[in-house]
Structure formats: structure tokens, C-alpha cells
Design a protein around this ligand. Sequence first.
Ligand SMILES: Cc1cc2nc3c(=O)[nH]c(=O)nc-3n(C[C@H](O)[C@H](O)[C@H](O)COP(=O)(O)OP(=O)(O)OC[C@H]3O[C@@H](n4cnc5c(N)ncnc54)[C@H](O)[C@@H]3O)c2cc1C
Ligand code: FES
Length: 1236
Amino acid sequence: MSISHFSVNACLLPICSLNGAAVTTVEGVGSTKTKMHPVQERIAAAHGTQCGFCSPGMVMSMYTLLRNTPEPSMEDIQEALLGNLCRCTGYRPIVDGFKTFCQTNDSTSILQESDDTFQADDFRLVDPTQDFIFPPELMKQSHQRMVFQGERIKWITPADLEDLLELKSQYPHAPLLAGNTTCYHGKTMQISKTVLSVKIHGDRITLSAACTLTTIKEKLEEAVKVLPEEKSEGLHALLETLGKVASKQIRNVASVGGNILSSNPKFDLCSVLAALGCSLTILSKDGSRKLNLTEGFFTAVGKTALKPEEVMLSVYIPYTKKWEFMLAFRQAQCRQFAFSIINCGMKVIFFEGTNVVKDLKIFYGGAGATLVSTRNASQQLVGRKWNDNLLTDACKLVLSEIHLPDTAHGGMVEYKKTLILSFFFKFYLHILQKLKAMGLNVAAVPPEYMSALTPLHSKLPQGQLSYQAVSVSQPLEDPVGRPNVHQSGFKHSTGEAIYYDDIPSIDGELFLVFVTSTRPHAKIISIDTTEALSMPGVVAFLSAKDVPGNNKRRWFHDMVELFIEEEVMCVGQMIGAIVAETREQARRAAQKVYVSYQDLEPVFFTIEEAINHQSFFSPQRKLERGDVDVGFETSDQILEGEIYMGGQEHFYMETQGVIAVPKGENGETDLFIATQHAAFAQEVVANALGVSFNKITCHVKRLGGGFGGKIMKIADISAAVAIAAYRTGRSVRCVLERGEDMLMTSGRHPFLGKYKVGFMNDGTIISADVTYYSNAGNTLDESQFIIEKALLHLDNCYKIPNLRGRGIMCKTYLPSYTAFRGFGGPQGLMVIESVINEVAAKCGLPAEEVREINMYRNESHTHFRQSFDASNMVRCWNECLEKASYYQRRQNIEEFNKQNRWKKRGISAVPIKFGIGFTKGFCNQGAALVNVYKDGSVLLSHSGTEMGQGINTKMIQIASRILKIPQSSIYIVETSTASVPNAIPSAASFGTDAVGMAVKDACENMMNRLQPIIEQHPKMSWEYWVRFVSFYCLKNSGYFLICYLIFFNRGPNTDVDWERSEGNAYFYFTFGVCCSEVEIDCLTGEHKNIRTDIVMDVGQSLNPTLDIGQIEGGFVQGLGLYTTEELKFSPSGVLITRGPSQYKIPTICDIPEQMNTSLLQNTSNPHAIYSSKGIGEPTVFFGCTVFFAIKQAIAAARKDVGLHDNFTLNSPATPEKIRLACADQFTQMVRCGKIH
Ligand SMILES: Cc1cc2nc3c(=O)[nH]c(=O)nc-3n(C[C@H](O)[C@H](O)[C@H](O)COP(=O)(O)OP(=O)(O)OC[C@H]3O[C@@H](n4cnc5c(N)ncnc54)[C@H](O)[C@@H]3O)c2cc1C
Ligand code: FES
């Protein structure tokens, strides 16, 4: 018996299916307490962890790979990690750590002019004796029927096939489960594990229905190596598709039977298997039958021709023969790990030795409710020669046969139709090429058309990092400026890092689930909780009337309701909450709370509709310099346009939640909470409970990612949970599920930018008038600050002498949008960069030339009259263009585009000037508390929160420098409102600046006070001095030296006078430049990120690897923002994209193949701690370089058909938008119904 190791998604795996399996979790791999596994060591040492929430998953995927393949290839690593998402790092450092396991890893990052970020030679080697052995007793398990009876579900694992058929006749309607990746919950039966095999015969291959997709892929890969080419033609097509189905973790459990019998048009295998001419063996107790896998087999979504008592035994795949050709295609929202929008299988058979079609089979998935075949079109093409006439007629016939009404499920109708034709075109060209290669007299594929045939494959990212090493004169024990590993890195990778939901439950703990509104605008008529309250385990239903303090709180001019009492203003608002003994009980009961509504008017969701209804929040902001109207008069040309930019979901890996523990006295409550703003949560909870702030203590150990999303919304969630704890007297936990989190907490504001710009023919911009409209949702939240930030970044790096910006916040019936990394910057900056691009297109110049012409240089003033020195920005620009070999590559791209009709490349370089800090001076403060204990150890508390950005690591580095003690003597337990009160949020890229100064001041103060003792005993140690002091303190109460200090650092006094359009909005600016190159497939809209170079001025970095982590992570989040992450709402305002299967954040294969990051050298910043600069937010905006490079590539495609390069492309540049913008004969045909 052989033992196989495979990684799985724990959330999809029914526990009963594990009978007979041994489960290894990250805790079983290694530990900091005993011995770390090399996988755990390397991901942390290579700086591959930030918040650490994804790290155990990464470790387990890599560990599994190593157990099966001790010397993996780079492709193996890519495949193993594709199903693991990380929202912080940008993947590059994770890959770097894991590449060290490859025998040949010629692409490990090369570091220049810097200390090594890690020493691969020092890594421990894999020691197989460290691995758990498979428990021998599990090998002896006999095959007998197993029955598990739960509270509501009965699970039966049959002994063998005979038993399964017996059971199926007994319980015909109990569904079978194989991998359960379709997530069935209910009475169920597991398919017998005895029917797992792939059999390779002389004339066919037989797959058992329960065979996993991984097994099938592996077996077919072996088979195609030995089978003659013509026999394996179809298998290659199947393999191409199999490699793109889901992720390795899903394929490890998903079965081919499940894929077919789910009858889900998004699933990819049916179209390929149908085109291959597969048949299915169906069994029941009464016998067997064979069914052909064609469109007729699928009767409706989720339904097939199978009778309830039948099971599928196997799939029979015939081999292809000579003169038979087969291909499969699919296109999804992003490169991989996404359901297909359209998938298809196409097979053509020719009369021997000719190009005359004998048979043609075309099947599309996603083009209808079930599998669609173009049977009539195929029949009409039989007997035709494979040439351009056939192509033209085939397109017309296929299009007329596929019925996709404008209202079709899933939308994207124009795109889907275009894909249907584009895939056929690719198929046509492939076959033409094959026929030519077989010596037939057919037209050759034109060389520039060959680009239609090559898929866009990505390799694992590689790159170069460069930063300035600390001066050789810096003492070795001084850690500031060194690339220290994240302080929690090894705890992240071993799973020892504790997040709020890891805290063990307290005796009697309850669970809370929210009841939220299902209407966008309605009056609440009644709430019926009768059924919910009668359900097992339910303790209470809470609503507005149960709030002991205030259900409303003031937020600027508005009152914000905690539980909505009368009128809901969006889907997803909190109406009440169920509190029950367990998560499941609370969840089930929450679904049984019935709210009846009376719908109200108006209801609208978009910016355009809000403008029509004049529905805005106040105030409306304006900034102006020069005379815009006069500027227009003196300009050579004037251009008007607009760009829309969609919102973004935070998608932190750890969803929002809290544990509230009532202390039993005076309303005292402890909250263990994932927040970036503990003081605000404390305030909102106190208001809701009607107690003073000092009764509420918020504890924040660490966050599994925040990105601005855990500032505001979590406060109301905490208040509701605290009320539940207060009312029940028991601790209460709430952990939002991903869908709930996305529905309730919302994300980045969508923006519409309208502009008018006047410019000279050489690209100099004379005047610009820009109006930003943000979609704020139904409450103000932080929208005002966000639109202000957009306005303050209106000029980006350009000196536009006459510039006017207006900011208008639209009030709509959507959940309220909130803070998100960059805070309006990425939206505001995007508009001005679009303007630059449009001007460049009009002037016939490269956009980068127009950027250079208009750039600030040296000492300058922003449009709100803040002075700054732009020289480092210009240095970044020059350095980035040089490092990226920009001009050479631009030429190469032009050449590439001339030679390729169906693939195009683009390159774009964009600078940034990003203001750091809060524009309200009082927010720019940090606080720190330093406790020194008698043994010399130091406990550091500060006002920041650790959410992956490494603030704790940097604070320990600073404290270590000043106290002159090793970092290991300094510890940070948590952020707590009890130790540091009234703190500001960790946001605005200002955490390190504010807190770092406070830590520095506190430690310096401490050292000053110790100075007399140090001078008395200069040869003694830190421990001695501290012991001496504590002894002295105890003996002489009132002695001047104390062992702790709390220190507040008041930061810069920033402010903006909006009436006069002037102010010092920021203390300083962080500069940088990013250059990206992409390649697009003009026929599918897919794109590949080829290379990105970033040069960033972060002053003198406190920790270069943490800063590079922020730069890369921010960039990749921006890459998602501007390309793949698209929020979709139903016509009634319900967020549809509520999980990873609909909402696509970047995966490992979306990262540029070459990713180079440099920190500008010999630079300083007099305004921040040790000359460093804030870097958390700016690089999100750099994702726009990919957007503009895509736009340039599209322009090249449009040029080939004589279209102008002035065209609108809204963000995100999804495959749909890219494809439709690459107008050609197919888009034309779809639009007009005919080919030109
Ligand atoms: C995150 C994620 C991403 C995915 N991405 C893709 C993708 O990109 N492309 C794609 O094609 N698919 C994708 N899938 C779908 C996945 O391939 C299917 O869910 C899987 O193949 C179903 O197999 P299963 O064994 O898990 O089926 P199960 O969930 O166990 O069963 C599915 C259905 O089939 C029935 N069934 C299963 N076996 C038999 C049998 N032998 N006889 C009778 N009835 C049977 C069950 O009763 C049930 O109704 C994805 C799934 C997930 C969760
Ligand atoms: S480190 Fe990967 S999600 Fe935070």
C-alpha cells in the first residue's frame, strides 16, 4: 500500500471523509519551541510573512509538495502555491524562500549594494526523520460500511460499489459526495473509495467517476508520453484544461464525476469531454447503461439525465485518430484559479489526406444554462474545405446558433459572444497550421498571426532588490536600518502567532451572528423572531431596543445608528443579532429571523444616478491655483473626458470580528479585537453601553491584515458584541464569514473623474479643471477625508499652472464605502495620469515625454501652496527609467507590436508624490509606554497596531538602538487602550513616524534618567543599572527615577484652509517611480505582467526588507485594483462578488515575472524618525502602470485596424474590457451581426 500526501482546503473537507486518513497541520510540521521545519524557517527568513495569516497555508502547500517531490521544479512550486492567497506580500519573497528547495533556481533575487536579506547557505536541510510517520493502524482498516449520525446529518461511507448501489436504491435522493467541492450540506452518502482508477487501454482510457482531477492529470501526463501523437491529441487538450481547473488543493479532492454531474456551465471539463466524444457508464442496482456525454445529458443547472437511484461509474475517453484534431480553450476573470467565463472543446475530423471536414464538434460552457453545442453549424460545415471562407461562414453560423439574450445570467453577453468567435478563430488557425505541417495545400498562417496560437504562460517571479546597506561605522549591535526579519515571522510560519479568533473560548461563551437588511431602501415594518428564538441553543435576539446606552452616535453633522430601527438605507445594514451557544446555531437561527419591509423610493446605486438626484454629502471641496479659464484660452488644444474607477474590497485574510468579555462590575468589558483603531472602538462601545471609556479595554495583539478596513466598521461590530456580552453576562464571540464581511464592511470608494484640459502641441499642460465624484454609499464614514486626499493629490508630480479640482461625495443606497490603503490617493492620482495619457495621445507623443515636460523640478509648490523639494522625485524618475532600460524596451515593444497581430505589448512609467500623515494636525501624534523590569527586560507598549507592516519590529529596532540592549530583551505584548489611551489609528502611512518618535523620546528620556547611575557605574551592565535603580526606588520612595515612562509625541501641525486653497497638508512627501510592461492577448483580453521596476525614496530606511515588503505588497494590491478586482452588484443593490470565487485578488501567477525594487540611495528626510519615510500606502497607485501599459497595448491593436488611440478604458482593466476595446472583425460582427 502506498501513502500519498495531498494538500486540501480545510473549509471544504467534511470531517467524516477523513476516516482512515492522517491529517497533518502546520503545528505538526515544526515549532519554534522544538524544531522548525525548513519550510517554516525559509518563508520567514526570506521575509515572506507580513500579517502572517496566510503563512500556515503557504507552509502546508510547500511541505506537501516536498513530501511528494523532494526536489521540486519551479513549476511545481507555482502549481503548489497557486491556490494560496496572500494579500500582504506580493508573493515574491514567499517564492524566494521556497525556491531554495529547487536544485536549479537560477532566478533567486539578486541583491546589490546591500546586506543580504537572507543567507540561503545557513538554512537547515530537510530532515525526513522530523516528519510524522503515517499511523500504521490506519493501514489495517477494513472496508466496511461506516455510518456517522450527526445532529441533522447522516453520513454513510459504503463498503464497496455493491453496497453503494444498495444504499442508492434505499435512499435514491441522498446525494453522493466525492470531493464535496460543491459544498453540499445535508444527508449524504460518500462515494465508495474502491472505485478510484484511471485505466489505460489500447483504444481508450477509462476514468473512474470518483477519480480526483490530480490523479487524472498525473496519469494522463504519463500516458501522453508513451502514446502515439495522433492518439493523444485529445488528451493534450484535456490536460491543458485540467491544468487550469481551480487549484492543486481543489484538484486533489475534486472528482471528474462531480465535475460532470454538477451540471455547472462554468465547470470546464464537460465541454472538452463532450468534444472528445466521451461516454459514461451509469450503474444502478438494476444494471448498467451507457450514455453519451453531449448537451442532451444536461437537463438544467445541477441536473442531468441520471435517475435518482443511479450513480456514474466511469468516463470512457476514446483516443483521437490520424486526421482528428482537438483543442480546448477557456477564459476567466484572471489568469488562473478562477471559474471560466466561457470554456470550450472543439474537435474536427478531416477526410483522410484532405482539408475537407468530415465531422466537427463544438461545445461551449458558459454560453447558456447548460452545455451548448453548435450542432447545426457543425453539420453545415461538413464537406467544406478548411479555409478563410469556412472561417467566415462558421463565425456567422455559430453566432446565430448560440442564443445569449442581453439578460443572460452572469451578464457579459457581448464579451461572451466575442470569446466564442475568438476561440473558434484560434482553433481555425491552429488546425490550419497543423494541416500545413502535414503537407496539405492550405494557406499558411501569416507570421504575424502566429501570435494567436501561443498561450500566455507565466513563470515564477524573479527580481533584484537593491537598497543601501548601513554604514560600516554603525555598531553591529545597532539594528536600525538593517533587514531584520519580521518580529513575529517564525511564529507566523509555525502557526504559533495568535489572532483574535485563536483565543480559546471562555467557559459559557456565546456566538453572535448579525441579521442584516435585504432591501436597499425600506421601512422596517416588523421583525419576527419567533422561529429563531425557539431553535436549539438560541439565547437572545438583540436589536435597537436592547442597547443599554445610545443606539446612535454623532459623526460630524450626522447621527450614525448602530442597529437600524426604522429605515434601512442599503443591503447589509445591521438590524439585529442572534446570540446562541454555537456558531452554527447562531447562523441557522439568524436565517430564521423574518423582517418585513415596505420599500421606499428613491433607490439608486451609481454615481451617475446620484448626480441626477443631486444626492450629495456636504461639504463639497475645491482647490484652485492660477486662472483656469484664462489658461484654456491660451492653450493650443482642449480636451474633455472622463474616467471611472471601480471600488475595491479589502480582502484581508482575517475577517473582522471580536470577543467581548464582561467583567461583571460596573459595565467593565474587555474586548479582544482586530482593529487598526482601538481607541475608536473603545469610544463606540462605551457610547453603546452607556459607560465611561475607562470601563472598556480593547486589546489588539495583531491583525491578519487591515489595509484601512479595520478602522471604522469594526467599532460598530464591537459595540453590538459588547451589548450581547452585557445583556447575557457571558463572553460573546463574533467572527464574520467572508461573504458577510464583504457585504457589511464594504471597501474602497469608486470614483468618477471628469476633466477638461488645455495644453500646447508639445504636451505642456496649461490648464486643467477636474471634478471628482466619489460613491460614498449611504453614510459619510471617512468619505470626506478621502475625497480631500484625492483633491490634495490632484497635481501628482506635475506643475500645472492653472489647476482646479472639485470633490463631490455622492450619497447612494449602497453600504458605506470606507478607508482603504491610499485613502483616495489611488483614485485621485489615476485621473491626472489619465489626463496625461490623453494629452500624449492627442499630441502623438509617448506619455512619458508628456510626464517629463510637465514635471515639478527642485523647490516647488503644490497646488495648495505647500512647498517641497522635487529633486528626489526626479532622481527616482531618471533612475527607474534607466534601471528599466525604458527607452530600449519601448523600441523593442514597438517592433514586437509590428510583428504580432494578436498579441500586443505596452509599457508605462508613472511617478508619485504622496503626502504622508493626517491633514488634521491633532491626529499626527504617537504614544509609547516603556516598562523596564528588575531583570532588565523591557516591555514596550505603543499606540500603533501590528497588522503585518512590521511596526513592532521597527519599534524594537529603535528601542534597542537607544537603550543599547539586544532586541531580544525588548518585548511587545499587544496594543491596549489600558496602557496607551486616546491613540490615533494606525493609518495614513504615518504609524512608524508617529509611534517611532514616541518610542525614541520615551527611551531617550529613560536613558537620561539612568545617566547618573551609568556615570557612577560605567563598567556595569544594563541589568545592573536597572536592578540598582529598582532597589533604590524601593528603598527610597520618592526618588526621582522611575522605571516606566509614557511619552506622547506631538507630530506636525498640518492643516488645509479650503477657502483659500492653501495649507501644509502633509509633513513631507514620499516619492517613487514605477515602470511596468505587459502583454495582452487581443483575442481573449487576458494579460500577462512581464516586468515591473520600482525606485522608491523612503529616506533612510529603518528596515529595508520591511519597506520593500510594503512597496511590493502595495503594488500587487494596486495591480488587483486596476486589473482584476471588480465589484458587482445586483439590480437591487446586493453585492454579488462576495467571496474568492467571484472576486479575484492577484494570485501567484499574476505577479510580474521580473519584479525589481530599489530604494533610492543617499537620501534623507529631516521630518521623520531617523530620516526615514512612511511607505505603507503610496505604491498601491503603482498598479496603474499595468493599467496604462495595457491601454498602450490595446492602442497598438486598435492601430492595426485603423482606429484612433484616444479611447475610454475604465478601471479595472478586466479581460472583458480589454477584449472589447481591441476592436476587430469579431467584435464588429457581434455588434452588427455581420463580418467585415
Ligand atoms: C474554489 C473552487 C474553484 C473551482 N474552480 C474550477 C474551475 O476553474 N474549473 C472547473 O471546472 N471547476 C472548478 N471547480 C469545481 C470543481 O472542479 C468541482 O466542484 C469538482 O470537480 C466536483 O467534484 P467533487 O468530487 O468535489 O463533487 P461533489 O461536490 O462531491 O459532488 C458534486 C455533485 O456530483 C454528484 N456526484 C459526484 N460523483 C457522482 C457519481 N459518481 N455518481 C453520481 N453522482 C455523483 C454529487 O451528488 C453532487 O451532486 C472549483 C471548485 C472550487 C471549490
Ligand atoms: S502575510 Fe500573506 S496575507 Fe498577510
